[in-house]
Design a protein around this ligand. Structure first.
Ligand SMILES: NC(=O)c1ccc[n+]([C@@H]2O[C@H](COP(=O)([O-])OP(=O)(O)OC[C@H]3O[C@@H](n4cnc5c(N)ncnc54)[C@H](OP(=O)(O)O)[C@@H]3O)[C@@H](O)[C@H]2O)c1
Length: 218
């Protein structure tokens, strides 16, 4: 599968590109600057264990893929999505964006007027299928492609078939278990939970991850 990453030059985008490539997908790693995208893809492409190609492209080209991740900071996500609305029309758009702010030593969630970043993306991308997921996996763990990432992963969307496809993609990452967390309205809670996990990591000097009990497991 050809997967695009808008904002692919950051920590999250680079790790995602490595992980997706290791699973055999071709990645169009996007940036506002083609030069930065090419530099980043060249840097990543020497990594051991890659299968699919990682090609540096402008965000516009990344948005032309069948499945497109948005991996920008929260305050640039909506305007970026709006500018790519034509290319993203009819596509599955995966938001891993968290609206967080540092207050003193602590990360805190921002309460957005639309409820969540994912909902604000869906509002400016009415012709796209926005799916919200992978908010809690730290870039470092995601990018260590030889290692499993042990975590449940909450996935929500207002579009059932796209949500199912994204759950399959999440499940293909060794150690991750996707869970259907309902409609996009639930993304606010999921995005906000990221701040809690980061604070736990700081307080307990660890890498926390979500594991939900009480569910039937295979
Ligand atoms: N880092 C993690 O561990 C992690 C884990 C899960 C989820 N997330 C979420 O994933 C997103 C990306 O995280 P990150 O740590 O990779 O962020 P980042 O490094 O701050 O930003 C990622 C990329 O977004 C582009 N960008 C920056 N400001 C922008 C703007 N105003 N408009 C459009 N593009 C802009 C930049 O690429 P160009 O300048 O090349 O365009 C930058 O390299 C965040 O929303 C974060 O909450 C992060």
């Amino acid at each position: 599968m050809q997967i695009g990453i808008v904002g692919g030059t950051g920590a999250a985008g680079k790790s995602l590109a490595l992980r997706l490539s290791s699973l055999g997908h071709d990645v169009a790693l996007g940036s506002r600057s083609l030069e930065r995208a090419l530099e980043t893809s060249a840097e990543l492409s020497v990594h051991d264990g890659l299968v699919g190609a990682i090609n540096g492209v402008a965000n516009l080209e990344a948005a032309d893929c069948e499945i497109v991740f948005i991996a920008t900071p929260w305050d640039g996500a909506e305007s970026t999505a709006r500018s790519l609305a034509k290319e993203l029309s009819g596509k599955i758009v995966i938001s891993m964006v968290n609206a967080l702010v540092k207050v003193g030593p602590e990360m805190q969630p921002l309460l957005l007027s639309r409820g969540s970043v994912a909902q604000s993306l869906q509002s400016v991308l009415p012709e796209s299928y926005v799916v919200s997921t992978l908010h809690h996996v730290p870039a470092k763990e995601l990018g260590e492609i030889g290692r499993r990432v042990e975590s449940d992963i909450l996935v929500c969307s207002d579009h059932l078939e796209p949500k199912k496809r994204v759950m399959e993609l999440v499940d293909s990452i060794p150690g991750l278990v996707s869970l259907d967390a309902g409609s996009l309205a639930n993304s606010a809670a999921i995005e906000a939970m990221t701040a809690v996990l980061i604070n736990l990591n700081i307080r307990y000097k660890t890498r926390s991850a979500l594991r939900i009990t009480g569910l039937p497991r295979n």
